[in-house]
Design a binder for this molecule. Structure first.
Ligand SMILES: Cc1ncc(COP(=O)(O)O)c(C=O)c1O
Length: 485
C-alpha cells in the first residue's frame, strides 16, 4: 500500500478549467484517496470550512461534497467532532482500483461497493424526473420477460408503424379511465417522444413558413423542433389563465397550428379555464386549423377534479392529443403517444412510414402488459400520494428555511413548483446566476428565464420535487438558501 496521508491535511486541488462542478471535483478526489488507501479508515477529514478556505471555494461546495461522500458511505459524521473516513468500508472496495470519478446524487446509492453510472446532473430539484427508487423495477422486469417470451416472430419482423397493437389498445383504455375520452386503438400512434410527434404533425399539417403558435414561456424543445422543420413560430405571452387566443389573433394572425398545455401550463402550472378551451376549439374548427394538446403529466393531479381535456371536448375535429410515458414510467423509456381523429391518424401513420419508424418493438409489449395487469395504474396511484406529500414538504421547507429569499405557492398537480425570488434577492442576482451558484453546490435549479423565447417577463426557478425524498428536499433547501444569502 502507498504511504497513508493524514486525512486532516489532505491536499485537494481544483481545476477551474474542468467543466465538472467544484463539489464533484472535491468529492472525486477524496473518494480516490480513500479507494487508493491513501487515507486510513477512521481518520478525520479537515472541516468543511477549512477545506473551503484552502481550496478557494464556498463552504456550500465543500458541504455538498461531504454530503455526497457521507450518503455513499465513504464518510461518517460524529456529532461535534466532524467527518471521518468510514471504518466500515468493505475490503472489496478498498482493494478495488478507483472507479470512475462520478458520483450519483446524494442518498441514491446505499452501498459504496457500487460503481456509479456516468455522471448526469444531480437530481435534487431537477424538474420532471420521476422517483427512481420508487419505480417497481422487479414488476417491470417481469412484464418485459413475460411479454417478450410471448412475442411471435411475425411481430418482431413485421412493420412497426403506428405501434404495437395491444399497446395502442392499452393506451386507449388508459385514456378512457384517466382522461374520460373514448378513442379507437387505430387513433393512437405510438411515438418515441414529443419531438417525433412534432415531426409527424409538421409533415402532415404544415407547409414551409406556416405560422405555429406556442406559449411563452413554454417548452423550448418543441419550439426549436417546429422552427427546424420550417414553421414560423410565434411565441404568445401567457397570462394567469394560460394561452390567450385574443392576443395570438392580434399579434400573429393566420396560424395553422397552436401548441398548448391546457391541463397544466408548462412550466408555470396554471390550468386553462373552460371558456378558453372552447374558444380554442372554435378557432380551430372555423379556420380548419389544429390545436395540439400536450398533456404530458396530467396523471399527477393531487387535488380537485381535472377539467375535461380539449380532445374530449372537440371529438373528431380540430385537436390532436399528446401523452408521454416519460413522467409516469421513466424518461429513457422513450415511449409516448398521440391521438388524432381517424383520417388524420391514417395520414400520420403514413408519415411515420415515410420518416422511418423510430420506436423499438422491444419495450412496447412490456408496457402493454404493465398496463393490462393494473401495475401501471397502481404505480400512478402510489406516485400521486408520494409526490403530493413531497410537494407539501417542499412548500413547508421553503417557508421555514428560505422565507426571506423565495416565494413558493402550492399547485394542484405536477412534478415541480415555481419559486419566485423576493425583491431583495432579485436585486442582487438573476435567476441564471443563482442557478449557477446552486450548481456548484450540487443542486439542479433550472432558471425560469430559460423558458422564454425572448426577454423573460419574470424571473424564478423550477424546483422539481417528484424524484427527491423529503430529507433531501430539506437538505437541498438549506443548501440553496446558503448559496443565495
Ligand atoms: C412540456 C412537455 N411536454 C412533453 C414532454 C414529453 O416528453 P417526451 O419527449 O419525453 O415524451 C415533456 C417532457 O419533458 C414536457 O416537459
Amino acid at each position: 500500500m502507498t504511504e497513508q496521508a493524514d486525512a486532516a491535511t489532505l491536499t485537494i486541488a481544483l481545476d477551474r478549467a474542468d467543466p465538472e462542478p467544484g463539489y464533484v471535483q472535491i468529492y472525486a478526489q477524496i473518494r480516490e484517496l480513500i479507494l487508493a488507501g491513501r487515507v486510513a479508515p477512521g481518520s478525520r477529514l479537515p472541516s468543511t470550512r477549512a477545506l473551503a478556505a484552502e481550496t478557494g471555494v464556498s463552504r456550500t461546495t465543500t458541504l455538498a461534497a461531504y454530503d455526497q461522500l457521507t450518503a455513499e458511505g465513504y464518510l461518517e459524521n460524529r456529532v461535534g467532532a466532524g467527518a471521518f473516513v468510514s471504518r466500515d468500508l468493505p475490503d472489496t472496495v478498498l482493494a478495488a482500483p478507483p472507479a470512475g470519478r462520478v458520483p450519483s446524487p446524494a442518498g441514491t446509492s446505499p452501498a459504496p461497493a457500487k460503481v456509479d453510472p456516468p455522471w448526469t446532473r444531480p437530481r435534487t430539484f431537477d424538474p420532471g424526473i420521476a422517483d427512481r427508487d420508487a419505480f417497481p423495477l422487479d414488476e417491470w422486469t417481469r412484464s418485459l420477460l413475460r411479454s417478450h417470451r410471448a412475442l411471435d416472430r411475425a411481430t418482431l419482423f413485421g412493420r412497426g408503424t403506428g405501434g404495437f397493437e395491444p399497446l395502442r389498445e392499452a393506451i386507449a383504455g388508459h385514456l378512457r379511465a384517466m382522461r374520460g375520452f373514448d378513442c379507437a386503438a387505430g387513433q393512437v400512434i405510438v411515438t418515441s417522444g414529443a419531438q417525433e410527434a412534432v415531426a409527424l404533425l409538421a409533415r402532415v399539417l404544415l407547409r414551409p413558413g406556416d405560422t405555429v403558435w406556442m406559449e411563452d414561456p413554454g417548452y423550448g424543445a418543441v419550439r426549436r423542433a417546429f422552427s427546424v422543420l420550417g414553421a414560423r413560430v410565434a411565441c404568445i405571452p401567457v397570462d394567469g389563465e394560460g394561452f390567450d387566443l385574443e392576443q395570438a389573433l392580434a399579434s400573429a394572425p393566420g396560424a395553422r397550428l397552436a401548441f398548448v398545455t391546457p391541463s397544466r401550463h408548462y412550466p408555470l402550472g396554471m390550468t386553462m379555464p373552460l371558456a378558453r378551451r372552447l374558444a380554442l376549439i372554435d378557432w380551430a374548427r372555423s379556420e380548419g386549423a389544429w390545436v395540439i394538446e400536450d398533456d404530458f403529466d396530467s396523471e399527477y393531479r393531487y387535488r380537485g377534479r381535472p377539467l375535461a381535456s380539449l380532445m374530449s371536448l372537440a371529438g373528431d375535429r380540430g385537436v390532436v392529443y399528446l401523452g408521454s410515458f416519460s413522467k409516469v414510467m421513466f424518461q429513457n423509456l422513450r415511449l409516448s403517444w398521440l391521438v388524432a381523429p381517424p383520417a388524420l391518424a391514417r395520414d400520420l401513420v403514413r408519415a411515420q412510414a415515410d420518416i422511418g419508424a423510430q420506436v423499438s418493438i422491444v419495450a412496447q409489449p412490456a408496457l402493454a402488459d404493465f398496463i393490462a395487469t393494473g401495475r401501471f395504474a397502481a404505480h400512478i396511484r402510489r406516485m400521486r400520494r408520494l409526490y403530493a406529500a413531497r410537494q407539501s414538504h417542499l412548500v413547508a421547507e421553503v417557508a421555514r428555511l428560505a422565507d426571506d429569499l423565495l416565494d413558493v405557492a402550492p399547485q394542484d398537480g405536477g412534478m415541480h413548483l415555481i419559486a419566485r425570488p423576493k425583491p431583495a434577492l432579485a436585486r442582487r442576482m438573476s435567476d441564471r446566476e443563482a442557478s449557477e451558484r446552486a450548481r456548484d453546490a450540487g443542486l439542479t435549479i433550472v432558471p425560469l428565464s430559460g423558458f422564454y423565447a425572448g426577454e423573460a417577463a419574470e424571473q424564478g426557478f423550477l424546483l422539481g420535487y417528484a424524484g427527491v425524498p423529503e430529507a433531501e428536499i430539506t437538505a437541498g433547501i438549506e443548501r440553496l438558501a446558503g448559496c443565495l444569502r
